[in-house]
Design a protein around this ligand. Sequence first.
Ligand code: C5P
Length: 224
Amino acid sequence: LARVAVIIVAAGSGTRLAAGAPKAFVPLGPRTILEHALEGVLAAAPSQVILVVPAGREAEVSAMAGDGPVQIVPGGDTRQHSVAAGLSLLADGIDAVLVHDAARALTPPAQFGAVATAVRPGVGVIPALPVVDTLKRVHGEDVVAPVDRAELAAAQTPQGFPRAELVAAYARAADEGVEYTDDAALFAAAGGVVRHVLGSEEAFKITTPHDLERARMILSSSAQ
Ligand code: C5P
């Protein structure tokens, strides 16, 4: 992926995972969530990879990452601050930036290419899946209304954007002091258009202990 940088955010604490370590350092087998995420990104061959890690874990991650085109920077107290830290390291010549959650450790390498090739000036791109559950709007214990799932999609990462416009959108969000749901929402708030391409089941985000079990099962069945 020429002139494309991937920022992998891996600085979260992983409280909901309750695995006793920052999420990116939790093992899925012989290797950690972060190692799997990095392997998938490197297979997509971007020009630059920036790993945003918990402060104090830089040397350990650097030893793990080896000599590849990988740079490491400590993250912040929110995901948005962590992405901003990653943006500060973008190299000259990068035209498009993909922001990816380390927690989506089993994302197929082809998903990076599908997103990157759809990025245009003024247009960001997210992978998304149709919603399969029947959805309800609730208020406390009351079910208030059905929600038409045909209008909804579940957003994944990597989310891709034109470099200069994403950097400008982040500067604007920092000035406003607003925290957005994801990079696409932040980009849209600055006037960008966001489109979606089809995501993949394997790109699920490892969030709960059940997700961790699912990731381990997928890896152990693919190893046989
Ligand atoms: O907490 P959640 O699962 O939504 O986090 C999504 C991604 O953002 C994870 O890969 C996590 O490591 C990263 N993150 C971060 N810095 C934070 C919070 C989350 O890099 N302060």
